[in-house]
Design a protein around this ligand. Sequence first.
Ligand SMILES: Nc1ncnc2c1ncn2[C@@H]1O[C@H](COP(=O)(O)OP(=O)(O)OP(=O)(O)O)[C@@H](O)[C@H]1O
Ligand SMILES: [Mg+2]
Length: 281
Amino acid sequence: MAGLERRLGETVIEVSNVWYRYNNEQDWVLRGVSLRISRGEVVAIIGESGAGKTTLAKHMNGLLKPHRGYVRVLGMDTRKTPTSKIAAHVGYVFQSPDAQIFSGTIYEEMTAGLKRLGLKREEMEERIKRALKLVDLDKPLNISPHILSFGERHRLAIASILAMEPDVLILDEPFAGIDYKRSLQLLRALKNLTEEGRSIVLIGHDLQLIGEIADRVIVMKNGEVIREGSVEDILGDIEFLTSNGYIPLQITIIGSEIGVGRYVRVSDAVRDIEKRVRGEE
Ligand SMILES: Nc1ncnc2c1ncn2[C@@H]1O[C@H](COP(=O)(O)OP(=O)(O)OP(=O)(O)O)[C@@H](O)[C@H]1O
Ligand SMILES: [Mg+2]
């Protein structure tokens, strides 16, 4: 991991003026999107349904190729590089686990990608154990994924990508069907991965979880990036969120109403309120 850590901050994904549509009859779905993802950061992409978030995410792992503009993953142009080579560096967890899970048993599902990496059996089994522990899924490996609940299947889908240990992990609505406590636990595990120099791209609507984990937020609307900034900058902007269909966090509203600041994390508000109560401020 030392190699990864040393290059913290370098650009791992560059999206430059990307235009895309699924067919010639429809309007452009992505309209000149540009952004960068750096090593070791957690970036959240938010925006209303249909804004183009999933379409953009699929460009980042080479599943879709831009019609105009380019996407580079670790310097490799996705139009000129085999998708399998890009996918070895960028793991994408589908919005719906059922779009991803095809195998007859949990074990086969977990090993499908790992086999492509050419790992030894012991190393594969070690990674499988670790990944299933991270998502807190404790089921016999020989059962069918299809008898799992929706949230369990989603956690399995996440684990199968985690086990590949990609440089960039894209999670499309990872909290769907997963209870808050497990989501938080998963987010903390993901945050630890960034300390090894991995990057996380999180697509989602849950502002509270995003406030807890993300470093940066990108907002999309109608196929464009309409705003980009720190978590504090975006989630703290009550007017912007409200006018774009989001309900700001309660802690942000309370902090703003009583004039003590626009908090995005409960833990920060608690720390400051305690200081005030003790008369330190
Ligand atoms: N396979 C497809 N063929 C044609 N149009 C598509 C296809 N997939 C998506 N679209 C269209 O592209 C637009 C953007 O879709 P996309 O799934 O990227 O949005 P999203 O921001 O991920 O939305 P959500 O929050 O609902 O997941 C939508 O208008 C959608 O109808
Ligand atoms: Mg989507």
